[in-house]
Design a protein around this ligand. Structure first.
Ligand SMILES: *Cc1c(COP(=O)(O)O)cnc(C)c1O
Length: 425
């Protein structure tokens, strides 16, 4: 039965048969039993589907991944140990030494470092672009060895909104997939596949988990990108994999080629798996995601409006504010609300911003974002502290920027706490 997304939060992924547990069980087992040697051999040859070792696949993980896949409207999905692993796999599955990809510069600090520093050491080059770049300028940056374009639906921490259609047009003109980190919007507020993205990643650590209890990631493939059409560019998917008995992923797995390769090759070799226990937690988180996102957005808009009207606040960025530079894009791509995260600066700059943060009582300073409790952080002295001023500027992170993540508390209590802290500066 085709259902609304709220219903999908509860009734996808795990579908118990008669007499089976209604709630997704935790298959806390490293290995799985077979009656004959031949039966297990077929699994290793990818001739039959089934489970043999949790590093490659586990039923709890697969069910949680299938639920995220259903919410995104994707074709196949896999869980990873973290959002970092998801973004690394998403790119490394189609890029190798000598390849190049393009990324918006306004992305999560950890991803920026992964792309700009660590992947560079692996011989993969990333060109960072301002997301307001014109289509013509973007096209000029594409090289014969460019393999992907990457962006975040709503950027962490600057909460700008990605223009999917512009980037998708360029990606598809030059025959590369558009990969989107949809962590902040979640599939409740935006489904990038509907706007031309080909692959979506998540840090499930954030809203999907929702309670700050488990680090995890997910990759979802729409199944829409035609790897065979650009076979020369993606030999890893379109020519035999000698490490897997000469299987050609696109021939054998069709629309599931990308996820199958990431599972059977990258997960086999790197082993960044999510534990079944954590997959169980995120599966529970998904059941209330639709309710929580609505509340996060309602409260965030109240708090952002309060901050905007406060004379001690220098500036506020929240895409749902009418006055925000990204409000038009938010209205287009996130009509039901963006997320619970905003950023702002206090008049008087960096020192006043830090003093304000230290004066809060209810809202806590935490290296976290997008969960049930209101928390905040100062990127220039926390997440982005390894960056130079120049890099901070490029990533759009002002030195006074405070990232505030609105939780599920009563919005009036959050505002009251902010009010008392502002009164002290
Ligand atoms: C947190 C985050 C990541 C990294 O995820 P981890 O689960 O912490 O590894 C990637 N992208 C975005 C947008 C994030 O907010």
């Amino acid at each position: 039965m085709d259902t609304h997304i709220d219903t999908k939060c509860l009734h996808t992924g795990w579908t118990p048969k008669q007499g089976e547990p209604r709630q997704l069980p935790i298959y806390q087992s490293t290995t799985f039993k077979y009656d004959t040697s031949d039966a297990m051999g077929k699994l290793f040859d990818l001739e039959a589907s089934g489970y043999f070792y949790t590093r490659l696949q586990n039923p709890t993980n697969d069910s949680a991944a299938a639920r995220i896949c259903a919410l995104e409207g994707g074709y196949a999905a896999m869980l990873t140990s973290s959002g970092q692993a998801a973004n690394f796999f998403a790119i490394f599955n189609i890029c190798e030494a000598g390849d190049h990809f393009i990324s918006s510069s306004a992305i999560y600090g950890g991803t920026y470092n992964l792309f700009g520093v660590t992947m560079k050491k692996m011989g993969i080059e990333c060109t960072f672009v301002d997301q307001n770049i014109s289509e013509e300028e973007l096209l000029k940056l594409v090289r014969p060895n460019t393999k992907a374009i990457f962006g975040e639906t709503i950027t962490n921490p600057t909460v700008t909104v990605f223009d999917f259609e512009k980037f998708a047009r360029v990606a598809h003109k030059v025959g590369v997939p558009l990969i989107i980190d949809n962590t902040f919007a979640t599939p409740i507020n935006c489904r990038p596949f509907e706007w031309g993205a080909d692959i979506v990643t998540h840090s499930t650590t954030k809203y999907i988990d929702g309670h700050g209890i488990s680090v995890g990631g997910c990759i979802v493939d729409s199944g829409n990108f035609d790897w065979d059409k650009y076979a020369d560019k993606f030999p890893g998917l379109t020519t035999p994999d000698e490490s897997y008995h000469g299987i050609t992923y696109t021939t054998k797995f069709g629309k599931a080629a990308y996820i199958t390769k990431a599972t059977s090759q990258l997960m086999r070799d790197f082993g960044c798996i999510q534990s079944p226990q954590n997959a169980f937690y995120i599966n529970i988180g998904l059941e209330t995601l639709h309710l929580r996102m609505k509340r996060h957005c309602e409260s965030a808009l109240k708090v952002a409006t309060y901050l905007k009207n406060n004379e001690k606040v220098a500036w506020v960025h929240y895409p749902d504010l009418e006055s925000d530079d990204y409000n038009a894009l938010a209205k287009k791509y996130l009509p039901n609300g963006s997320c619970g995260v905003m950023c702002f600066g206090i008049k008087g700059g960096r020192d006043q911003s830090i003093k304000f943060m230290d004066s809060l009582k209810l809202c806590t300073i935490a290296t976290h974002v997008a969960d049930s409790q209101t928390c905040l952080l100062h990127p220039a002295s926390h997440t982005h502290r390894q960056m130079t001023d120049e890099q901070l500027k490029e990533a759009g992170v002002a030195p006074d920027l405070i990232r505030l993540s609105i939780g599920l508390e009563d919005a009036d209590d959050i505002i009251k706490d902010i009010e008392q802290a502002l009164a002290l500066i």
